[in-house]
Write a protein that binds this ligand. Sequence first.
Ligand SMILES: Cc1cc2nc3c(=O)[nH]c(=O)nc-3n(C[C@H](O)[C@H](O)[C@H](O)COP(=O)(O)OP(=O)(O)OC[C@H]3O[C@@H](n4cnc5c(N)ncnc54)[C@H](O)[C@@H]3O)c2cc1C
Length: 380
Amino acid sequence: MGFSLTDEQRALRDSVREFAQERIRPRAIELDRNGTYPEDILAELGERRLTGLTIPETYGGRGEGPVELAVVTEELAAALMPVASAVALHLGVAEVIERFGTEAQRERFLPEMATFDTVGALGLSEADAGSDKLRMETTAEREGDVWTLDGHKQWVTNFLDADEVLTYAKTGPDADAPHNVTAFLVPAERFEIEEVWETTGARPVKAVRVRLDDVSVPDDRRVGAVGEGYVNRGDLTTGVNVPARGVGIARAALDDTAAYVSDREQFDQRIGDFQGVRWGVAKMARRVDSARLLTLRAADRAARGDATDRAFPAAKIDATEAAVENANDAMQFHGGVGYTTEHHVERYLRDARLLTLAGGPNELHKDSLADTVLDGADEE
Ligand SMILES: Cc1cc2nc3c(=O)[nH]c(=O)nc-3n(C[C@H](O)[C@H](O)[C@H](O)COP(=O)(O)OP(=O)(O)OC[C@H]3O[C@@H](n4cnc5c(N)ncnc54)[C@H](O)[C@@H]3O)c2cc1C
């Protein structure tokens, strides 16, 4: 059993950390305050092909796996979580094309996705299809080689910069569920924007509600077998980005707190010397360690092709709760200035809050985890 990253993984982590801390973090407060899209940052990540991190080298990517994705996502999220979201959702679209698409689709889309010249976004959720995605209203009907899509998608993160939206639509009756949903790559320009949400956090990369009215999509834009789109999602490994984003925020909150309480003095001593603060910092460190270990365990199992039925929900719940709790503690230990936009910690709390409810609310993951225990499907 190994608990260490390889030399290559450490080198990758260190180079992304340097970029994130030098190029993203100094601008994070301003980008968040103004809700400005970090276009140049994402373009630079494209030049470094971090936007092609898990895309195979044959198609111009870096050919890395879920562990490297977790490591890179933690670094990006520690600097500015929405940057990690945009990259991770894009890589999730690429994974679907790579795993379930045709060779022609891989050759057509993946090289430009690797450099972020083609940007992918996920169109799965809808107003009435939140936790229960099979309630989606969007339909696709086939006539010859052309599908006609009707409906809407809600919360499409990074839609405003996207070129291709991986869009899920019902292609069969509810009686066939879950084998009644098919995935399509729909050009972003074919959607009509209905709402650009103002959100509590994740402000620089917007989530959008969009409509599809009689949109024709050729069959060569269908990704995977008819009716298997929803089921195929259960096999994806890029989902580990969600807990990894939690680890990033939890760690950033700890680092900022350690620096602040080591410097700030009250009652003639550093506040970091009060036992209440020391024990709080220790608790924050334990949360980071357990969140990271669980996330890397899930990523490692996915990389080996092992089941993640238990490892993934455990990581998702633990790491996203760690992010919220550490951000909350960080604000407490920063006192009044932590409640201002002069420091990063108030943003950590707002950004962290998304992670326990998106990517499937934690309650759903608790049910999945309980299933693995009560059904006796312990993985180790
Ligand atoms: C900013 C943002 C960005 C997003 N980006 C994307 C994206 O890019 N693409 C995409 O397709 N989707 C995206 N989503 C959608 C996200 O995945 C959904 O919000 C999420 O799946 C939950 O759906 P819902 O919001 O409709 O909540 P609901 O399903 O209405 O649930 C509301 C609450 O009910 C409770 N609940 C629900 N089900 C259960 C259960 N089984 N047991 C116990 N309690 C339960 C939970 O407390 C939950 O938080 C995004 C959401 C947000 C807010």
